[in-house]
Ligand binder design. Sequence first.
Ligand SMILES: *[C@@H]1O[C@H](CO)[C@@H](O)[C@H](O)[C@H]1NC(C)=O
Ligand SMILES: *[C@@H]1O[C@H](CO)[C@@H](O)[C@H](O)[C@H]1NC(C)=O
Ligand SMILES: *[C@@H]1O[C@H](CO)[C@@H](O)[C@H](O)[C@H]1NC(C)=O
Ligand SMILES: *[C@@H]1O[C@H](CO)[C@@H](O)[C@H](O)[C@H]1NC(C)=O
Ligand SMILES: *[C@@H]1O[C@H](CO)[C@@H](O)[C@H](O)[C@H]1NC(C)=O
Ligand SMILES: *[C@@H]1O[C@H](CO)[C@@H](O)[C@H](O)[C@H]1NC(C)=O
Ligand SMILES: *[C@@H]1O[C@H](CO)[C@@H](O)[C@H](O)[C@H]1NC(C)=O
Ligand SMILES: *[C@@H]1O[C@H](CO)[C@@H](O)[C@H](O)[C@H]1NC(C)=O
Length: 639
Amino acid sequence: MVAFRCLTTSLALLGTLATALPQFTDTVTTTNVTTANVTESVDIAAQFVDDLVSLATQVADEQAAPSVKRSSGCSRATSLVVDVGYAKYQGYTNSTNGLNYWKGIRYAAAPTGSLRWQPPRLPSPMPNGPVTQATSFGAGCPQAIPSVPSAPFIPGNEDCLFLNVYAPSSAENLPVLVWIHGGGYGYGDAAQDMTKIINANNNGFVVVTIQYRLGAFGFLASQQVRKKGAVNAGILDQAFALAWVKQFICQFGGDPTSVTIGGESAGGGSVLYHDIAVGGTLGSLLFSQSIANSPYLPFQYKYNDATPTSKYIAFAQAAGCPTTGDVFACLVGKDTDTLQQANYNVTQQSTYGYWAFYPVTDNVYITDRATKQLSAKKVNGRSLLVGYNANEGPLFVPPSITTQSDLISWLQLEFPNLSTAQINSILAANPNNADTNLANPLFETDGLSTGYANAVNVSQVADGQQQRANNIYAEATFACPAYWMASSYTGGPSSSWLYQYSVPFAFHTTDLAAYFGPATPNHSNDFTLAFRRIWGNFITTGNPTISNALANGASAANPSAPNTASTWPAYNDASPKLLNLNETGGTPFQATMQWGSVVTQFSQPGLKNALAVVDAASWEGGRGARCAVYKSLAPSIPA
Ligand SMILES: *[C@@H]1O[C@H](CO)[C@@H](O)[C@H](O)[C@H]1NC(C)=O
Ligand SMILES: *[C@@H]1O[C@H](CO)[C@@H](O)[C@H](O)[C@H]1NC(C)=O
Ligand SMILES: *[C@@H]1O[C@H](CO)[C@@H](O)[C@H](O)[C@H]1NC(C)=O
Ligand SMILES: *[C@@H]1O[C@H](CO)[C@@H](O)[C@H](O)[C@H]1NC(C)=O
Ligand SMILES: *[C@@H]1O[C@H](CO)[C@@H](O)[C@H](O)[C@H]1NC(C)=O
Ligand SMILES: *[C@@H]1O[C@H](CO)[C@@H](O)[C@H](O)[C@H]1NC(C)=O
Ligand SMILES: *[C@@H]1O[C@H](CO)[C@@H](O)[C@H](O)[C@H]1NC(C)=O
Ligand SMILES: *[C@@H]1O[C@H](CO)[C@@H](O)[C@H](O)[C@H]1NC(C)=O
């Protein structure tokens, strides 16, 4: 009965919208999506954003109405069959871990054929269709890994707008985490297993993992794409999925008014963009909290700037389309294999470590440069948990920088829009005159030491100019965006908490295993539990601090000893702090990294938690001051 009333509400809502919002109603009225007429006089992106805001507002109003609240608008289905209006999905239970799973739920129509590079829209309804068994993940989107030698071509399926739901079996009105995967906006999928982080938090929240269009399919941009379709289609997919969550998560036992969005790398960058979306005017309409790990902000062009336009032309050429006239129509008409190959080819022609297609300023959803808007503290939601890793650089910087002249050549490639004077200001902020000499002792910095032993000069994998490059990349692209995001949620009613993940060797992506698993030898159970509870506490209470016992870990000599993680203060500009998440002790072992370096890591027995609140400004010999330099350069990067 409850499920039925919930369904009635959803359908009634869609019915209401049918009159007001043509974009969302094709599927419930008679319009045939595949033949939708996209006129060039309409601002397609603006229409989409208006509709999205109206839909989310109506859903929120509907769910908040006293007559429906809890009784129908926000109640969980009484069986594992969930009806989302256009389809029914049957989940399954795992009684060992107490979770219900629904995998491969379609949240938008296949963005294929005439819907390529259009905003997402609801799927065609199948009112009397069969119940779909939601037991396996949906197909992954077409993939492209960054430009590195011998990158493989990895095909995917353009019909990939699926999401997965993990809900405690007894869930009723629980907080929700929506996870946005990383992969440089070019690869990855939503298959990340969320079981462990939910179990570690007493099954206290629901998780939704989402897919979105990637590479050229999600981030093709130019004047023509903006006019005939949507730039940032992949970001709009994510926003559409958030509206889906608002509308339907009640049936899975989730509370649509308590949504945290989270993501790592490009997923963290995506979180950044939702945080600043529509000029930061959305409040808590789509979500109320966010978690960003290693937020990826390499640059952000305007949709019609020369750089994204040149990628558009290169993509057209690779796909065998003309480069003038109605390029867009030609691309829309191509077969998927040609487009996927072109996406791969253009990506591989990029600078080392880069993809070809990135979010752009579109003047509608993303209205300004990220750095500028974060500085102005115009952000959505009310709180943020943000972090980055100790060694973000080496996965992205070519391992061939020995002299200062190598470094300068690389900087010119990396920051093509910076003048010589601006490049010199980066060098001055990272003083290190030594050439790379791997015969020197290499070691992990501790963040606190002054003099030579900071991230500008040395890590376990590099010294000299190579380390200087690694640190410049790490800070400009990941660490400083994390600092700026933290700062943007201060000075008003909002709050943020900043952390660094430092377990050796903390290169980009290694944090994922700590909070999601699977278990690795270098993460003790004490450490993963502490990290998972930091997340869980934030998701469920809005505050990430944990008890002394959790911070120290059960294996500590005195688990109840005071630990500053239990009093981790919210970030503030006057006295910025971060939580350093590390381990000490353990048994050393050697591991070879994917770029060839050999590092020392530590496994059991003997691992102990090492969590401590530290000063974020003086960290690593003055990260605060270096971030101020990148912020001053941001208008020219542009970022
Ligand atoms: C949409 O319209 C076209 C042309 O009228 C038709 O061939 C197609 O079957 C329709 N599709 C659906 C899902 O109704
Ligand atoms: C789309 O709409 C425009 C403007 O109303 C019209 O000129 C055009 O013929 C239509 N195209 C199709 C394919 O229906
Ligand atoms: C059920 O959950 C347990 C614990 O997470 C896991 O080990 C097991 O493989 C799961 N069973 C199935 C059938 O997925
Ligand atoms: C991609 O590059 C390969 C190798 O250069 C080439 O053979 C192929 O034709 C290109 N395909 C497209 C679609 O650009
Ligand atoms: C970046 O530099 C290129 C080449 O000098 C120039 O065409 C472009 O306008 C610049 N873009 C921005 C956003 O500064
Ligand atoms: C290492 O870093 C410090 C502080 O950033 C700097 O003053 C020093 O010159 C660097 N050492 C070398 C050998 O370059
Ligand atoms: C992290 O811990 C390792 C020991 O496992 C230590 O060498 C390193 O300096 C620490 N790093 C930070 C940033 O705390
Ligand atoms: C932990 O160990 C695993 C396996 O040895 C490795 O793949 C991973 O990169 C390590 N994590 C860190 C943070 O070094």
